[in-house]
Design a protein around this ligand. Structure first.
Ligand code: PLP
Ligand code: COI
Length: 340
């Protein structure tokens, strides 16, 4: 497969149009057959549910070229399952796992020239999403929906690649205890933009959100879950019903336990404990594993011993093992890699 001419190693995390995307419509109580199209625009009714009441859910996953030249996707079945959960929470008709996987495969195959070559560090980021396309004016679910998947080649999510990040503890809340923090809906991101811009203006890379009920426990950032490593090399991740169940985090916990022989614990993590950890990282499809060097809590600086120059040793091992599995260098647990 001839690849398009791009400087793959230097692309950032930006939208870049690829030739084909997938579209399917829900009308008259059922999902119609989907199809590929070159048209990247969406024409909407002025009163579409997405425009009026933000009825939308999405996913994010990546396709890679492995060392032996296959194009693969990482655990796309879990994205399909999570999108079903998200859709149910927003009163949208779930798009089945089979149809989801079929759409992802179709988009990757149709844009194979845009899947970055092995060894470039880049990948094809896939964005499945669905939204209410039918008109509503009273607050109620729409009768019509559209499901789409497009792909865009991406490099590192955070500028500077693997340089440790500085986070600030946000004064804003991301999710309420029985709210929508545990599903991947655009509305969770819309409300995070103000605190995100504020954090950037103040020189921080991202926000740490706390639990909104007590503001004492660490939840997650605007676009990734958080990992901590204790001084005894135990991996600890915050447990909460209002954070997104990250597929990267679930994979990380498995890798830490079964590949690296580490003790892993998921439990509520108090903000006051953070200064006791040896390493910290953010994990997600876009973030992969991005090291955190410093957390600032209202002027109080918490500097992790791993410093601001490089990843901590355990974070590095987790990163190497995860990316090794994704690129076909390390044997994957059964079912993690879908060859396309
Ligand atoms: N948390 C939030 C708020 C996210 O947007 C994401 C990204 O998908 C994650 C966590 C990480 O989830 P995953 O590892 O499934 O990409
Ligand atoms: C992802 O990691 O896929 C995300 O969705 C995070 C962010 C880009 C919204």
């Amino acid at each position: 497969m001839e690849k398009v001419n791009l400087d793959w190693a230097s692309i950032g995390f930006n939208y870049r149009k690829t030739p084909q995307r997938y579209v399917a419509n829900y009308r008259n109580g059922k999902w119609e057959n989907g199809y590929l199209t070159t048209d990247e625009t969406v024409v909407l009714h002025e009163s579409a549910g997405i425009l009026q009441y933000c009825q939308e859910v999405f996913e994010g996953l990546k396709a890679y070229t492995t060392q032996d030249g296959h194009i693969v996707a990482f655990r796309p079945d879990l994205n399909a399952e999570r999108m079903i959960d998200s859709a149910k929470r927003l009163e949208m008709p779930p798009y089945s796992k089979e149809m989801f996987l079929q759409a992802v495969v179709a988009v990757v195959k149709a844009n194979a020239a845009w899947v970055p070559p092995y060894g470039t560090g880049a990948s094809l980021y896939l964005r499945p999403y669905m939204f209410a396309s039918g008109p509503v004016i009273g607050v109620k679910p729409s009768d019509e929906y559209q499901f789409r998947v497009f792909g865009t080649p991406v490099g590192p999510y955070f500028k500077g690649g693997a340089k440790p990040l500085t986070l600030c503890v946000s004064d804003f809340d991301r999710a309420a205890p029985k709210g929508t923090g545990n599903v991947k809906a655009g509305l969770n991101y819309a409300m995070s933009l103000y605190p995100y811009v504020l954090a950037h203006q103040n020189g921080f890379d991202e926000n740490i959100f706390l639990d909104s009920a007590t503001r004492t426990y660490v939840e997650e950032t605007g676009g990734a879950n958080i990992l901590f490593v204790t001084k005894d090399n135990e991996l600890v991740t915050p447990k909460s019903d209002s954070i997104l169940p990250s597929i990267t985090r679930r994979s990380m916990l498995y890798i830490a336990e079964h590949y690296l022989g580490l003790k892993v614990t998921q439990r509520p993590v108090k903000l006051t404990e953070v200064e006791e950890f040896a390493e910290c990282g953010l994990c997600g499809t876009a973030a992969v594993i991005s090291p955190v060097g410093k957390v600032v809590d209202h002027g109080k600086e918490i500097c992790f011993p791993s410093g601001m120059e490089k990843m901590g040793p355990i974070t590095q091992k987790l990163y190497d093992t995860l990316t090794g599995i994704q690129q076909g260098l390390i044997e994957a647990p059964k079912g993690w890699i879908k060859i396309i």
